[in-house]
Write a protein that binds this ligand. Sequence first.
Ligand code: 5AD
Ligand code: SF4
Length: 473
Amino acid sequence: MKLPSLLEAKKRTNNKINIVPEGYVLNENYKNLGLGKTYYVKTYGCQMNEHDSENIKAILETMGYKEASEFEKADLILLNTCAIRENAHNKVFGMVGRIKHLKESRPEVMAGICGCMAQEESVVEEIMTKYKFLDIVFGTHNINNLPNIIATSMAKKSLEVEVDSIEGEVYENIPVKRDSKYKAWVNIMYGCDKFCTYCIVPYTRGKQRSREPKYIIDEVKELVNDGYLEVTLLGQNVNAYGKDLNINYTMANLLEDVAKTGIKRLRFVTSHPWDFNDEMIDVIAKYDNIMPYIHLPLQSGSSRILKLMGRRYTKEEYLELFNKLKTRIENVSITTDIIVGFPGETLEDFNETLDVVNACKYDSAFTFVFSPRIGTPACKMKDDVSIEEKNQRLYKLNDLVNKYALEANQKYLGKTVKVLVEGYSGKDESMLMGYTETMKLVNVKADPKNIGKIINVKITDVKTWSMDGEIVD
Ligand code: 5AD
Ligand code: SF4
């Protein structure tokens, strides 16, 4: 048993992070532990979690498990959870209820919780008192040890909890079972040291640890060899890449070196405005295979609230960066994240957020009502705005965001764009779907033989969240 501690997770030391080149080694005894059994991994939250699930699946397969098509049929169920807002928590415990029900008819089923919620003391306490029928709980720093955790729980026939709060080494060569044959996530760093006052991530993911450039570049080269067309470099704050390595190598250097691998499409998430420098902008503008798409979280348009959030930029500085990106990177599309109802947000503060949205006319935005996270500074701040008022602000903001999203899409009508076709459209099985270079979702009328290709598509209709088009030569 190793229980999480938010207090421990908050600590930052200057200790050098060890890189372990042979990160994942399977103990011989666990090789056949999953033989004849199936697993089901359900993922909540961000791309980082999606990618962790790809690692978890591959690790389970090294033990002999195979992927189940439905959760009801699986012998091992894992919920890879997100802690960023309260509603993610509620969804997970809803699913735990379904697992309890399943275990009544199939008691041999194993089930567990991993990911960011497993890093929260209150969640683990809740599991240990109310949901003891679960078999394993493991944290974001414990993925590599999954076979051991499963084996221990099997032997003990009881709940096994293994959650480290202090990050460990950076493991290379962790097995991965990628969801797509055409686009891949590649981690470039783990953790975050920004400590925005509302955010749980620096606690759930630990200190910033960059992977060494050579491992990242080699991974992308291998993906290019395997026929992958798109790579997204992943990190909580990718612009700060390399700062912890002390080797005088930055995100701009990495972007350039990865672009040179010849990968057809290169993306990166998530950027923090603070570390977005001119060198990065130059590299993005210079390479055709670095996609003209930037996710640039605003969070609030009020400098007063930004200060309380610990964001380290003012409204004016954000706008300056935004305008620089728009002028220096041809045809760039920019999306954002915005939180309404941060503690003490007045109507004037909120109106300043609307001002910034009016100025930036984002291609799209993810909008949220502030959700207090235990252990973060904002959780203790005085908050006298009612939830009704906060919801009203969210609706108003969404109306504005949607208006500009539609306007941005309308500019594409009649134009021909490049789309990487990923598969059949979810809405209409007779259509295919994919994304433009600028990250617009397009439903395309085309032959299924185009799946896995980048094709030219003429846009025939636009909506707020997607566009329709047809293949052209
Ligand atoms: N409450 C609401 N939204 C949050 N986000 C992060 N923490 C919180 C919180 N406590 C939002 C931010 C971030 C996105 C991933 O989630 O906008 O950019
Ligand atoms: Fe959720 Fe953040 Fe964890 Fe991603 S890193 S799963 S967004 S809490």
